[in-house]
Design a protein around this ligand. Structure first.
Ligand code: 6R9
Length: 645
């Protein structure tokens, strides 16, 4: 429909980094002449030794592996800091906006960033951290989180950030999985006017692990914490006696950079491993093309560094490009729903990148909180984390951006390292709710359930037909799981776990997960993880968890729970189970609904029919489909009769 197409604004068409013509030519080249294309692009980084090879990956079982720029040598922190010192010494690298609007922001120049990161690196070294060691970072949104990441990169240590919202149990599992002997944390975090006891959580996690011997504590709130002698050290005390110079470690392009745990459809969270050269090129090149920052811009990605979006688009992408990046400690709606727009005005933000769940929550509060601010500095708006519904898209475009800012709806995953399908602001006419076109080098396809490639305007499972520089390299400690999870379903292709539609104009529309992953407020949650947490409770015999549409969160968590004989269902127990799951995983896993049921719908072979559970959770009980293969079809009547919601 013509009225649904938003052309490239004049202001962008004039001098965008990528124009419509440029996109068409370069996209074709990125596939047809891939080696030359990527070796040229790799020149945008500073190498100790330039790569002479590009893609050496294979998705076939016999030759399986992902490898890019394998003879290149570089250091990520030198690319994000040192190389800018000649031209940007006094430019602000990081603006930090505190939780409370009454507190003072911090402005950190590239020169200061260099000193902070070197000092942090020297503290880590003094604690015995060496190349390839895993360092767990359990930190809130403070500049020290970026310093610690870049310090690890500087000395070749592998950081594993655990989101501050995860519980001690979840933190312990991640520390153990990668055998990390050191954790960096703070006394307390701050969010939305409340404090979060991160150090106390580390103490609780430490009781559950055996590998941990050192905890570095950054003083953030000054709130009292217990320090365990011989294990815990204050960062500021350790930093006082180290030098502000630390030479960057030359790293091979395929040396590990970081691990980030993410949920899948089965088992415990996987440690997604990204390496040095390909990842940095992907983060910086996508950042440059998609956000098209210019000197003097202030770019704000309102994610948390605990998620991949924070890794690639708060820290590595913008800093590699020498762009001023804003880090916000707080939440979008505190102290009021105007806060985000006030932050935009306070720091004259030019590009804003946030998630649909935040937009839907703010939209609900009415336009006055937005229109009471100027937002004149904004030139571009971005969306990430989940499909953006057209209503939220239009509100973002018309009210927040006053119709002048293009919206880049960027589809990607922890596994992809950076953007995969996205509009480019100077090249793409926009359709509300569509992620538009593949980025350079990305070859998306749709396949049916049997793996047959589908042509033309159609819908199917989204796969990627060839490797790209930012692709994850392995699942930490389990290379076989990497292959099985992503490459065995549709041989020869990377399977994303998402469904998608391609329309008659070739635009891509992501329809959401087709596996047992729920997307809650843009955060991935495996149904299996919530089920495992529930069955750990003494009263629970069995649990099945599904997603259902939720107005603000995108998807909510619906749990069907069968109790042990002798444990009667009650509202008190329901509350207890909700608290239990939060304790096991963290607040993002909070079930929205718990339905007690005497039994679950199972086939004769004992497989739970999730299709039926999803329908009931959605409230769509009129079309439950064929239930005749169930071992006990009467279970369904009980489920329908006692639906919660
Ligand atoms: C970056 C990030 C990945 C999953 C992905 C998909 C969903 C992300 C999206 C989107 C539609 C977008 N997703 N961006 N769906 N449109 N623009 O979110 O990584 O946490 O690993 O989640 O998020 O379902 O498969 P991650």
């Amino acid at each position: 429909m013509a009225e649904d197409l938003y052309p490239v604004p004049e202001s962008w068409a004039a001098d965008a980094r990528v124009t419509a013509e440029g996109y068409a030519t370069d996209y074709a080249r990125s596939l047809d002449d891939a080696t030359r294309f990527w070796l040229e692009r790799a020149d945008s980084l500073e190498w100790v030794s330039k790569p002479t090879v590009a893609d050496e990956s294979s998705f076939e079982e016999a030759t399986f592996g992902v490898k890019w720029f394998a003879d290149g040598v570089l250091n990520v922190s030198a690319n994000c800091i040192d190389r800018h010192l000649a031209t940007r010494r006094d430019q602000i690298a990081i603006i930090w906006e505190p939780d409370s609007p009454a507190a003072d922001p911090r402005f950190i120049t590239f020169t200061e960033l260099h000193a902070e990161v070197c000092r942090f690196a020297n503290v880590l070294k003094a604690q015995g951290v060496r190349k390839d060691d895993r360092v767990t970072l359990y930190l809130p949104m403070i500049p020290e989180a970026a310093f610690a990441m870049l310090a690890c990169a500087r000395i070749g240590a592998v950081h594993s950030i655990v989101f501050g919202g995860f519980s001690p149990e979840a933190l312990a599992g991640r520390i153990t999985d990668c055998d990390s002997r050191i954790v960096v944390t703070v006394d307390e975090g701050r969010r939305g006017g409340k404090t979060v006891p991160l150090k106390a959580n580390v103490d609780a996690a430490a009781k559950l692990v055996t590998c941990l011997d050192t905890v570095i504590v950054v003083r953030a709130t000054g709130g009292g914490v217990e320090m365990q002698p011989g294990r815990d050290i204050w960062y500021d005390e350790a930093a006082a006696s180290v030098a502000a110079e630390c030479a960057p470690e030359p790293m091979n392009a395929e040396d590990p950079l970081f691990l980030l745990y993410t949920s899948g459809s089965t088992g415990k969270p996987k440690g997604v491993l990204h390496t040095t050269g390909g990842y940095l090129l992907w983060a910086s090149y996508t950042h440059a093309c998609v956000f098209d920052c210019r000197d003097g811009d202030t770019y704000w990605c309102a994610a948390d560094v605990g998620w991949v979006t924070g890794h690639s688009y708060i820290v590595y992408g913008p800093l590699a490009n020498g762009v001023t990046t804003l880090m916000y400690e707080g939440v979008p709606n505190w102290p009021s729903p105007a806060r985000m727009w006030q932050v935009v005005d306070r720091h004259k933000v030019t590009q804003l990148y946030t998630a649909p769940t935040a937009l839907r929550a703010l939209m609900k509060e009415g336009d006055d909180f937005v229109t009471g601010t100027s937002r004149a500095s904004l030139r571009l708006l971005g969306s990430v984390g989940e499909p953006i519904n057209p209503e939220a898209w239009r509100w973002y475009h018309d009210v927040v951006g006053e119709g002048r800012c293009p919206i880049v709806d960027t589809w990607w995953q922890t596994e992809t390292g950076g953007h995969m399908i996205t509009p480019l602001p100077g090249a793409t006419a926009l359709k509300p709710g569509s992620a538009a076109s593949p980025f350079f080098g990305v070859e998306p396809l749709l396949v049916d359930a049997e793996g047959k490639v589908l042509e033309g305007a159609t819908e199917g499972n989204l796969v990627i037909a060839r490797s790209w520089p930012g692709q994850m390299r392995t699942v930490w400690g389990d290379h076989e799981r990497f292959f099985q999870t992503y490459f065995s379903t549709y041989p020869g292709f990377y399977f994303t776990g998402d469904g998608a539609r391609r329309d008659a104009d070739g635009y891509w529309w992501i329809t959401g997960r087709v596996d047992d992953v729920i997307n809650v407020s843009g955060h991935r949650m495996g149904t299996a993880e919530v089920e495992s947490a529930l069955v750990l409770h003494r009263t629970v015999a069995e649990a099945a968890v599904v997603g259902f549409p939720h107005e603000i969160k995108g998807q909510g968590i619906y749990a069907y729970v069968t109790l042990n004989a002798g444990d009667p269902p009650s509202d008190a127990l329901r509350k207890e189970l909700v608290t239990w799951v939060r304790g096991e995983i963290g607040p993002i896993a909070t079930p929205d609904a718990i339905q007690f049921t005497p039994g679950l719908p199972k086939t004769r072979s004992g497989k739970i029919m999730r299709r039926i559970l999803r329908k009931i959770a959605e409230g769509d009980v009129s079309s439950l489909g064929d239930t005749s293969t169930l071992a006990d079809p009467s279970v369904v009547d009980d489920l329908v009769a006692n639906r919660v919601g």
